[in-house]
Design a protein around this ligand. Sequence first.
Ligand SMILES: [Zn+2]
Length: 405
Amino acid sequence: MTLPRIVIERCHYLARCSEEPGAITRPIATEAMRCAQELVGEWMREAGMAVRSDNVGNLRGRYEGGGEATLLLGSHIDSVRNAGKYDGPLGVTVAIAAVQRLHDADRRLPFAVEVLAFADEEGLRFGSTYLGSRAVAGTFDLADLDRTDAGGITMREALRSSGCDPARIDDDRWQGGPLLGYVEVHIEQGPVLEARSLPVAAVSAIAGQERHRLTFTGEAAHAGTTPMNRRHDALAAAAELVLAVEREAGAVEGLVATVGQLEASPGAVNVVPGAATLSLDVRHADDAIRTASAKHLLARAAEIATRRQVKVASDLLAENRSVQCAPRLVALFARSIEELGHPVMRLASGAGHDAVAMSALTDVGMLFVRCKGGISHNPAESVTTDDVAVAIDVVSRFLELVAEG
Ligand SMILES: [Zn+2]
């Protein structure tokens, strides 16, 4: 069987490691994760790597080279609920395939390659993202160990019962000497590559993101007796903002803004809504554009509130700065893609990835692989063997170029 075919098959094998029969659901520190780690560990060893599991449950496969430095490759092997087969596992299996190729040719690079299979990126079980990569980057927040899952089990207990050692997570931080960077292959999770008929793209940056909660406060009133011109309808104000967000974000290149939650109160069929609470998620690869756009949208909310004689208040719930991929690594990916005869596209990622956490440790680079319909976090996730072949070739060429210095 060819390597690209093997990669696809392996993603299918991993799909069987699940908490839910007939679906892919693989949270950290579960039997399903142990199943996935066993398979990945076996594949790493087959590719000539020395394998170990760290204290948070990441699997690390090391292929020694000449010289002191190490290049990290990886992605995550946990999943969301009812996931697809490729979000995460593709990056791990493509990395292993690239090492397999070196091993088969009995080839050593002038640096070591370490493949990381992160134990938790999605945060399905404890609602905290990048646990695995934050442990390696040395930015793991020990307070997260007290988080509980839906069954009331703390992360500390869960890790312990799965054979990990939460007391020693600090030791997971990278201690293996100089790094050449962290490189991640991932499905695009968007429609751009498909629309351009391209198999892969070099990722230029990972978008920054901010989340707000807004509350419009009007006046709850009787739906039968309050004339239309006497109302202070909080939900109508919120609705106007939802449409303004959609319209105005669409006018800024590269900006995405979303209202994903909207709740009216008191929420009765015969009451004019007195309050409406909504979420606002704003993302752009350029932090200055993102913050300016969010500010503009909040000003729109204020303007709508004034005109409709209701009040509006907003809270910033979370903010993550954008991560720029290292120009050196982006250029090497671009050159690899070009040398293999494909048009080069540089693309910003709207979704977060382990590379965000790893950027606190070292330079990061990413390669996106086309996925069918841009669909992800869905069982319909799909990639082609041909595109996987391109991804493996690009990573192999990338390793050669890094070796040439
Ligand atoms: Zn992912």
